[in-house]
Design a protein around this ligand. Structure first.
Ligand SMILES: *Cc1c(COP(=O)(O)O)cnc(C)c1O
Length: 457
């Protein structure tokens, strides 16, 4: 409960007066006040009017264990009393930070047994850029500096993470595409693979990496970065042929593979990490969101024995954040991981809720006249909206079809997100089958209403 009590109108007016929102047109709130969320429990949030809303996005893809979990709250309280802050710069460390590194090393794939802590996924990716370039310098290959990402890839919003990602609007704002960053096509069969089978398209999309490496010269390429399943780009899960081919290409040209696990990590795909779901063997893995289920800001870079060897030869590692490995955030992350284990949430997603979610989406949503494709994996879903179901023709982007659908969902008590002309969902891992049914019902009613708005018969 906030210590200050105001009504919705007061909150909204003050918000408009003083607060700039991320990824939001400031003009938007001139016509429509923000949704003011005041409390939350389980899979639900409540707004300032006391309305209960099913959170189909788990906050911003992060509240994996659901809201109001006593174990996480108690862990932060206890750690605050014991040691609210100490840094891990120079020769210092703290028990939560050491313990979290140990616990993560047991969960991460391969020999990714080393960790550097940051406060956000963006900072984790910035860290990787500096760490990987430093690594190649130490190895005597300083010209290996270019990072290859993908169109519609999202790796954060700092200047470097913006460059790493492949969001055109972000590059365009403020001349944000730095030199030394290249992008290849995203492996979205529906958008880019017309007339090819998924399998053939998957290989082709992966081979775009090989072409790019050859164009730039392998001696100039430091790393390839990709999300196992693209999240903010619209929940794009690659064809089964994609990742093995990417893996082959990275090995062949000694290009480091960075699997951005910020969304896929901590159970979202029914595995601890998306890399395990797809058999990816990354050299480095940024993780964030699900690491603390969003209860406190914390992120980490996991990296391999090979990188560690390089760093140990490289002298002073001139990089770090005041709150790297913040003890309270680490304590909450530890409680979060323990809860995921104790409640067998990953098994539950893998064996029960994700198969049910996919079945309901495929049976009840995929056939809707406004839906061109249902995609995703685990508890991640993308629903492509189309003007013409037969041809896959899209709406004029100015018609904001997905935003309309999103607003209809919210009116009916469900938070989903609009990305381009798709609706995306990423519910908490604790979601029940009954709650999934509610999600699907509201989504269908909202699709019906949107079809009416758009004159789709
Ligand atoms: C959210 C996200 C990030 C950025 O994390 P922040 O904590 O918002 O900086 C990076 N990568 C992926 C895949 C993300 O979804």
């Amino acid at each position: 409960m906030s210590s200050v009590e105001r009504n919705t109108k007061e909150w909204q007016d003050l918000d408009v007066a003083h607060h700039l929102h991320p990824f939001t047109d400031p003009k938007y709130f001139d016509t429509k006040g923000p949704l003011v969320v005041t409390r939350a429990e389980g899979s639900y949030v409540w707004d300032s009017n006391g309305r209960k809303i099913l959170d189909g996005m788990a906050g911003l893809w992060c509240v994996n264990v659901g809201y109001g979990r006593k174990e996480l709250i108690d862990a932060s309280h206890k750690q605050m009393q014991e040691l609210a802050y100490y840094n891990v710069f120079f020769q210092s460390s703290t028990p939560p930070q050491i313990e979290l590194s140990r616990v993560l090393a047991e969960l991460t794939p391969g020999d990714l047994n080393h960790f550097f802590f940051t406060n956000s996924g963006s900072e984790a990716n910035d860290t990787i850029i500096r760490m990987v370039r430093h690594f190649w310098e130490v190895e005597g290959k300083p010209e290996k500096h270019i990072f290859i990402g993908r169109t519609l890839g999202y790796h954060g919003s700092t200047l470097a993470a913006t460059s790493l990602g492949g969001m055109q609007a972000m590059h365009d704002m403020g001349k944000s595409l730095l030199p030394g960053f290249e992008h290849i096509m995203h492996p979205h069969h529906f958008a880019n693979g017309k007339g090819q089978t998924r399998e053939v398209f998957g290989i082709k999309a992966a081979q775009a990496l090989e072409e790019k490496i050859l164009e730039l010269g392998a001696d100039n390429v430091a790393a390839f970065v990709a999300e196992p399943v693209q999240g903010a780009g619209g929940v794009i899960e690659p064809p089964a042929t994609y990742w093995p081919e990417i893996q082959r290409i990275c090995k062949k040209y000694d290009v480091l593979l960075v699997a951005d696990e910020v969304i896929c990590g901590f159970g979202r795909l029914g595995h601890w990490f998306g890399s395990q779901a797809y058999g990816i063997e990354p050299d480095l893995m940024p993780m964030a969101k699900g690491l603390s289920s969003g209860y406190l800001p914390i992120a980490a870079v996991a990296y391999s024995a090979r990188i560690q060897k390089g760093l140990q030869k490289g002298g002073l590692f001139s990089h770090g954040y005041t709150y790297s490995g913040h003890p309270v955030a680490c304590a909450v992350a530890l409680a979060n991981i323990k809860l995921i284990k104790d409640e067998k949430l990953i098994e539950r997603v893998h064996d029960e809720t994700a198969p049910y979610f996919r079945k309901r989406l495929n049976e009840a949503v995929a056939g809707h006249k406004l839906v061109g494709e249902v995609r995703g994996a685990g508890l991640l879903a993308g629903v492509q909206l189309v003007k013409d179901k037969k041809t896959g023709e899209l709406f004029d982007s100015a018609e904001n079809v997905a935003v309309r659908c999103r607003d209809h969902c919210l009116e009916r008590g469900l938070i989903m997100r609009a990305v381009g002309q798709s609706m995306v969902a990423s519910p908490p891992l604790i979601i029940t089958k009954a709650e999934i049914d509610d999600m699907i019902d509201i989504l269908i009613a909202s699709l019906d209403q949107t079809a009416k708005d758009m004159g789709v018969a």
